[in-house]
Design a protein around this ligand. Structure first.
Ligand code: HXC
Length: 290
């Protein structure tokens, strides 16, 4: 009972009305959000699709947008039909960064003693795989948000940058850490210290992006990838994601140890048995997420 209650907590939180806002219906398309559009797509509604939708501000990441994004993520995280998530923006901008107008008058005391950025890392803690589909600008916090996802697909005109230095500040949502791990020290330093943008092609060459598609087909391709991921066993997928992510946190020896434990754990699941039996019987596996 306690476990069930813990599982439902994020949904209850998402549904709780906030002052001035209508009650949320996170499973419904659109769901009354102001800054994002959240819907289910793909075969059997297996893909949660979240579009950042604040086009007049190039999807600048205001506090309300991040709050809504987190609510949509919470809902998809506990939705048993959803096996993977796609996060995208518009054709001109994935997101042009944290909302500079909202940050302009903040003081150090506000930042340090308040909860500023406290809710920005929800995306990085989602257990289901997330594909970022980046068209246009992914700048500052926008680039950081994309890097919190598991896979980045880019439209051929996408541009990535950490331009905070030009505003007299530095990246604050993982930009100096995730970018350095993705592209190496020299390019990360160049981007963080100059604020210069890199193209989708350069981002792919550097390992930040795994594939590039035409602008119009990008989201469709990202959904196709998410759908493929969602067709596998959800429990095994979660183990695979956990194991890859451990490579960013652990030594090689520790990481290999964790991988081995998780590998052995797959043998406690019905889906591992089904996957191998299906191969031997020359048929498609029918995973039950057990
Ligand atoms: C608030 C923003 C914004 C932002 C764009 N806008 N980026 N508002 N915060 N990050 C708004 C503009 O003010 C403008 O609103 C509208 O979006 C359209 O932008 P334009 O500048 O007119 O468009 P364009 O000339 O095409 O230039 C696009 C752009 C430029 C190159 C992306 O907007 C730009 O440089 N934006 C800032 C990028 C940036 O510095 N990002 C990092 C933010 S700091 P109006 O009302 O004038 O029409 C950050 C820190 C993260 O992300 C730390 C952890 C969270």
């Amino acid at each position: 009972m306690a476990a069930l209650r813990a599982l439902l907590l994020p949904v209850r939180r998402a549904l709780r009305p906030r002052p001035g806002c209508p009650a949320r219906r996170p499973f419904a398309s659109g769901a009354g959000f102001e800054y994002i559009i959240s819907e289910k797509t793909g075969k059997g509604g297996s893909v949660g699709l979240i579009r950042l939708n604040r086009p007049k501000s190039l999807n600048a990441l205001c506090d309300g947008l991040i709050t809504e994004l987190n609510q949509a993520l919470d809902a998809f995280e506990v939705d048993p039909a959803v096996g993977a998530i796609v996060l995208t923006g518009g054709e001109k901008a994935f997101a042009a960064g944290a909302d500079i107008k909202e940050m302009q008058s903040r003081t150090f005391q506000d930042c340090y003693s308040g909860t500023f950025l406290g809710h920005w890392d929800r995306l990085a803690r989602v257990r289901k795989p997330i594909v970022a589909a980046v068209n246009g600008f992914a700048l500052g916090g926008g680039c950081e948000l994309a890097m919190m996802c598991d896979i980045i697909y880019a439209g051929e005109k996408a541009q990535f940058a950490q331009p905070e230095i030009l505003l007299g500040t530095i990246p604050g949502a993982g930009g100096t850490q995730r970018l350095t791990r993705a592209v190496g020290k020299s390019l990360a330093m160049e981007m963080v210290l100059t604020g210069d943008r890199i193209s989708a092609q350069d981002a792919k060459q550097a390992g930040l992006v795994s594939r590039i598609f035409p602008v119009e087909t990008l989201v469709e391709e990202a959904v196709r990838c998410a759908e493929k991921i969602a067709s596998n066993s959800k429990i095994i997928t979660a183990m695979a994601k956990e194991s890859v992510n451990a490579a960013f946190e652990m030594t090689l020896t520790e990481g290999n140890k964790l991988e081995k434990k998780l590998f052995y754990s797959t043998f406690a699941t019905a889906d591992r048995k089904e996957g191998m039996t299906a191969f031997v019987e020359k048929r498609k596996a029918n995973f039950k997420d057990q």
